[in-house]
Ligand binder design. Structure first.
Ligand SMILES: Cc1cc2nc3c(=O)[nH]c(=O)nc-3n(C[C@H](O)[C@H](O)[C@H](O)COP(=O)(O)OP(=O)(O)OC[C@H]3O[C@@H](n4cnc5c(N)ncnc54)[C@H](O)[C@@H]3O)c2cc1C
Length: 416
């Protein structure tokens, strides 16, 4: 019997079934039919309480069985599916661990169980004229979203912020732990941030208190076309770093280097008067940088279209000061591009996504990395933080049983 099959042995299985009952502890064909995963799981557990997750993880540890945690599975993409343990695994399906504990509309927070659908949270907040702070995510579950997203954009400060006020999780050891809502100065380093954006590699999130913000009184969207790429870049830089920053600012670049066109959409949200002032500033700056205003409906269309549909693209964060030179280097050294998008602007830089084009040979991931990071300094920093995380994970989970498909995590950057 393989190590993993010990999870299905009577010794391990009986206590699990007596905790969960046959309806919530499935195995064999029932388990395979319950979730759409290949290879199929050997067992599926559907906890309704965090303490039940502790029991499964303790049993999994004893049986040395890999456990995969599942929200709605929207992020278990084909590249993660190929990492599912071939020798067998079990699923912890979190959909039953769902519900809103409390919403405080004065202090702007909502406390929810991790399997709660994002749509339920968004709808509950909307009833109080509130929304989740810093995100428009409505797909999947709260736990899945937190596991895949380490932060939310703060357009005022131009930096990433934590999406949570507090969090509860079951660690790979089976221990249930919770953070406290207290200022960082009072608590020191925050080990709970290990649970955010690490795809479930350190434990299973069971509950979280999420930040809320008021629904904006008004949303204003404006679009501008530019015939010069460098002017469009200067425009977006000015718009996000001076005066009132927009909630979103996106620069779309289309075409080959000789006849490239650029479009910028800015979206202001919040109090009506402030929005108007922001938009007025955007129009005055567009005039300075020779941008042509687009019809209102068009700008909205630009924002909702997916520029990379069915296309391969590379992505990296990049400093404003390096952006124009970097795009020139993509043309000169990677065979050019015919589509690029610049968004998530902050005070120091932005996120750049580029779809290679106009080249006989498609550039490889390493070519892009070498261009972004010619002296390896970024890769060295990433490697050292990864090796630190690997050490922490190996202490919590020496056999690498929790979410092995997600380790090392598919962190953003590089080829998509
Ligand atoms: C159409 C669409 C639009 C989207 N728009 C946005 C957006 O605007 N902003 C944004 O931020 N996101 C956005 N997303 C991302 C979306 O919010 C996440 O994909 C989603 O929340 C993942 O939830 P899930 O339940 O499907 O996670 P799953 O796919 O089930 O899991 C994702 C990963 O987390 C692990 N995991 C799941 N639950 C837990 C848990 N409780 N504890 C520990 N690990 C866990 C899984 O093992 C897996 O590794 C969008 C997604 C889609 C499909």
């Amino acid at each position: 019997m393989s190590q993993e099959h010990r999870l299905l042995s009577r010794l391990v299985w009986s206590p699990l079934v007596s905790t969960f009952g046959r309806r919530r502890a499935l195995r064999g064909k029932e388990a395979a039919a319950a979730v759409d995963m290949k290879p199929s799981p050997m067992a599926v557990f559907c906890p309704e309480d965090p303490s039940e997750i502790s029991i499964v993880l303790e049993s999994a540890r004893a049986a040395k069985a890999p456990m995969i945690c599942l929200g709605t599975g929207s992020r278990i993409t084909p590249d993660l599916r190929v990492r599912l343990p071939k020798q067998g695994y079990a699923i912890i399906d979190l959909k039953g661990l769902s519900g809103i504990d409390e919403l405080n509309s004065d202090s702007l927070w909502i406390s929810v169980l991790a399997g709660t659908p994002m749509k339920t949270v968004v709808a509950a907040a909307r009833k109080h004229d509130l929304r989740l702070a810093g995100t428009e995510a409505e797909e999947g579950t709260v736990g899945g979203w937190l596991s895949a997203s380490a932060g939310i954009d703060d357009c005022i400060l131009g930096v990433h912020q934590s999406p949570i006020l507090s969090i509860e999780a079951v660690l790979a050891t089976g221990n249930l732990v919770h953070s406290v809502s207290a200022p960082r100065a009072a608590t020191g380093p925050d080990p709970f941030s290990l649970l955010l954006g690490t795809w479930g590699g350190f434990g299973i999130i069971t509950r979280a208190t999420l930040k809320l913000e008021p629904l904006p009184e008004r949303k204003l969207i404006a679009g501008f076309s530019f015939s010069s790429l460098s002017k469009a870049i200067d425009f977006i830089k000015v718009i996000v770093t001076r005066f009132l920053p927009p909630r979103r600012a996106t620069l779309f670049i289309d075409g080959q280097s000789s006849k490239r066109k650029a479009r910028v959409v800015v979206a202001y949200e919040g109090q009506q008067q402030i929005n108007r002032a922001g938009q007025k500033f955007a129009f005055s700056q567009a005039e300075i940088f020779s941008g042509q205003p687009a019809e209102h409906g068009k700008a909205r269309q630009w924002l909702t279209s997916d520029p990379f549909k069915d296309r391969k693209f590379f992505s990296s964060g990049i400093a404003w000061s390096k952006l124009a030179g970097f795009l020139r280097a993509v043309d000169a050294q990677l065979g050019g591009f015919d589509k690029a998008v610049i968004d998530h602007p902050g005070l120091t830089g932005c996120l750049l996504r580029v779809a290679p084009g106009n080249s006989e040979t498609t550039p490889r991931h390493e070519d892009w990395d070498n261009l972004v990071d010619p002296d390896n300094s970024l890769r060295n920093a990433l490697d050292s933080s990864r090796s630190w995380l690997i050490r922490v994970r190996s202490q919590l989970d020496p056999d690498g049983l929790i979410n092995p498909h997600a380790w090392p995590p598919p962190w953003p950057g590089g080829e998509c």
